[in-house]
Ligand binder design. Structure first.
Ligand SMILES: *[C@@H]1O[C@H](CO)[C@@H](O)[C@H](O)[C@H]1NC(C)=O
Ligand SMILES: *[C@@H]1O[C@H](CO)[C@@H](O)[C@H](O)[C@H]1NC(C)=O
Ligand SMILES: *[C@@H]1O[C@H](CO)[C@@H](O)[C@H](O)[C@H]1NC(C)=O
Ligand SMILES: *[C@@H]1O[C@H](CO)[C@@H](O)[C@H](O)[C@H]1NC(C)=O
Ligand SMILES: *[C@@H]1O[C@H](CO)[C@@H](O)[C@H](O)[C@H]1NC(C)=O
Ligand SMILES: *[C@@H]1O[C@H](CO)[C@@H](O)[C@H](O)[C@H]1NC(C)=O
Ligand SMILES: *[C@@H]1O[C@H](CO)[C@@H](O)[C@H](O)[C@H]1NC(C)=O
Length: 255
């Protein structure tokens, strides 16, 4: 009984409860976006079928979640003795500035803003589905009126990501649902997103932002210590400032 309830909530956490998608018919006709979505829904369909046949429903146990490892060069592993506390899909924008006098200069990243959606249940039951969620989420823009769930799923907000200053990526995981803590971080390590990572919306874009390991600064609360940004989708700027405005943003998503 208990496990059946959990299965239902695991699957519902992924989809179904969002009857109105903020997806215009114009976008729906773009083949690259439709391909991403049809793969997603086909994977979901298989999970539902598999779930019906399971005598033991999967449990939402964070011990079953796995940190994706990039090859050939992985990020450093989490430090000894740490426990995984939360998994989220982040959906937002990377901000850049561009020289207006030097077209061959590279854009400069000045931070990011993202809304975090609770994916702990997906992470512990269906890691393959979790891995495609950033690309699926990237195909939908957050609307300013309703960011409470992540389209096309009903994953709920579990926090916010922003830059407190240029070198302090920050995670606020203190929401009305739960206070997991507040973590100003510093970059510890960065590797390029693996080949084949989603480049941007509709398969158009400049590539996926790097995978990162961040370490919480001393003033973090909730005993939060390390954060990883993996399975990135989009977010990279063009190689040069040619034709770009002084400031611009690029849509991205990540786990
Ligand atoms: C323009 O940017 C390029 C690439 O960073 C650099 O090599 C070059 O020196 C810059 N030119 C000027 C005039 O600053
Ligand atoms: C990035 O852009 C967003 C939206 O324009 C803005 O709200 C945010 O403050 C910007 N962040 C930084 C670090 O510039
Ligand atoms: C999302 O918003 C950006 C502007 O930031 C726009 O260029 C893009 O077309 C929008 N994408 C979708 C799928 O609505
Ligand atoms: C995330 O979702 C799980 C499963 O529904 C729940 O147990 C957990 O409390 C949620 N975490 C946050 C931070 O909302
Ligand atoms: C950014 O914030 C961090 C943490 O508060 C602080 O240690 C650092 O000195 C700040 N950097 C700048 C350039 O202000
Ligand atoms: C979490 O947020 C609540 C409400 O805003 C606040 O009262 C509380 O102090 C916050 N907790 C931490 C550790 O910052
Ligand atoms: C990254 O973290 C490791 C382990 O805490 C530390 O030894 C190393 O100096 C850090 N590197 C950077 C660039 O922060």
């Amino acid at each position: 009984m208990f496990s059946k309830v959990l299965l239902t909530s695991a699957l519902c956490a992924i989809a179904f409860a969002s009857p109105i998608l903020p997806y215009n018919s114009e976008a729906a006709q773009r083949p690259a976006e439709m391909k991403v979505l049809s793969e997603y829904f086909s994977m979901l369909g298989h999970k539902v079928q598999a779930g019906k046949q399971m005598s033991q429903a999967p449990m939402c146990n964070l011990n079953n979640a796995v940190l994706p490892v990039a090859s050939p060069t992985p990020l450093p592993a989490p430090s000894q003795g740490l426990l995984l506390k939360h998994v989220a899909i982040g959906r937002g924008i990377q901000n850049y500035t561009c020289s207006q006098t030097n077209a061959s200069a590279a854009p400069v990243n000045i931070g990011a803003v993202a809304t975090l959606y609770n994916s702990t249940c997906v992470a512990s039951t269906y890691p393959d589905l979790l891995a495609v969620l950033p690309n699926v989420a990237l195909q939908f823009n957050l609307t300013s009126s309703d960011q409470s769930t992540l389209s096309p799923s009903n994953l709920a907000i579990s926090g916010h990501h922003f830059f407190a200053n240029a070198t302090t990526p920050t995670f606020n995981l203190n929401t009305t649902a739960m206070d997991l803590g507040f973590a100003p971080c510093a970059k510890n390590n960065s590797i390029p997103a693996p080949a084949g990572s989603p480049v941007g919306q509709g398969g158009q874009g400049y590539g996926a932002v790097a995978w990162l390991k961040l370490i919480a600064r001393d003033d973090a609360t909730g005993n939060l210590q390390e954060a990883y940004r993996v399975n990135t989708a989009g977010g990279n700027p063009p190689a040069t400032c040619a034709g770009m405005p002084a400031t611009f943003e690029i849509q991205y998503a990540a786990e």
